[in-house]
Design a protein around this ligand. Structure first.
Ligand code: HEC
Ligand code: HEC
Length: 175
């Protein structure tokens, strides 16, 4: 490319960078780009296995949606499942057999791209979540909408969250 053509292109790129937060936040979800991403706190791929577990669906969807296992690393699921008697202010305890079946399912399909040594109890506390839902991406006022209630209420904006579908194209922010 000639010099005369590069300079105007550069100017356009700089303008785009300063005006579009999406440009600055450009997201490379390729395997290679993902390793160091979000300081290693990255969700897995796929988020949801083809075959879910019926006991998990039944026991973990009565108070909120059954969060897809790929949203957290194995160590988080182990901690959550070990503390169900004191689960965010509620008692969600299960008998030992059911607890083991659900733990095994969650651990087996946990995030395969989480390289940090961290294990948050909340999806909403992970680095990838905060980044994807920060003020650059979502008007902070949206979180005060009574239809949203809590950031953990994924389905308020991701109507297909139950199926593990968080695609940009399927997002509906409540008005
Ligand atoms: C008795 C009700 C109840 C049951 C049953 C229950 N939970 Fe929860 N769970 C809660 C509450 C309440 C919260 C906090 C929600 C909030 O902050 O909006 C929560 C939050 C969570 C979060 C963190 C969400 C975030 O902020 O990122 C995870 C993960 C979770 N639950 C997993 C599970 C799993 C796995 C099961 C099944 C073993 C389960 N829950 C069953 C009540 C329940
Ligand atoms: C208030 C609305 C809202 C809530 C509640 C919400 N999200 Fe999101 N989410 C969004 C928006 C808007 C984006 C797109 C951000 C962007 O452009 O990168 C997004 C992006 C995502 C992405 C990335 C999608 C992609 O293709 O890159 C994932 C995964 C995700 N959200 C998961 C969750 C989970 C899991 C929960 C619940 C624990 C949740 N979200 C709660 C609004 C919300």
């Amino acid at each position: 490319m000639s010099r005369q053509r590069i300079l105007p292109l550069l100017a356009v790129a700089v303008l785009a960078a300063s005006f579009s937060v999406n440009f600055v936040h450009a997201d490379d979800d390729s395997e290679q780009g993902s390793r160091a991403k979000y300081s290693g706190e990255n969700r897995g791929k796929p988020l949801q296995p083809k075959q879910s577990n019926s006991l998990f669906q039944q026991e973990c969807s009565s108070c909120h949606l059954a969060y897809a296992p790929g949203l957290l690393p194995a160590a988080s699921w182990r901690k959550i499942m070990a503390g169900l008697d004191k689960h965010f202010g509620s008692d969600a305890s299960l008998d030992a057999r059911d607890n083991k079946e659900i733990t095994d399912f969650l651990v087996k399909h946990s995030s395969n791209r989480w390289s940090a040594a961290t294990a948050p109890l909340r999806i909403t506390e992970s680095a990838w979540f905060k980044r994807k839902h920060d003020a650059h991406e979502i008007d902070p006022a949206v979180w005060n909408n009574p239809q949203v209630k809590s950031p953990a209420n994924c389905a308020a904006c991701h109507p297909q969250a139950e199926r593990g579908n968080f695609n940009d194209d399927d997002i509906k922010i409540p008005k």
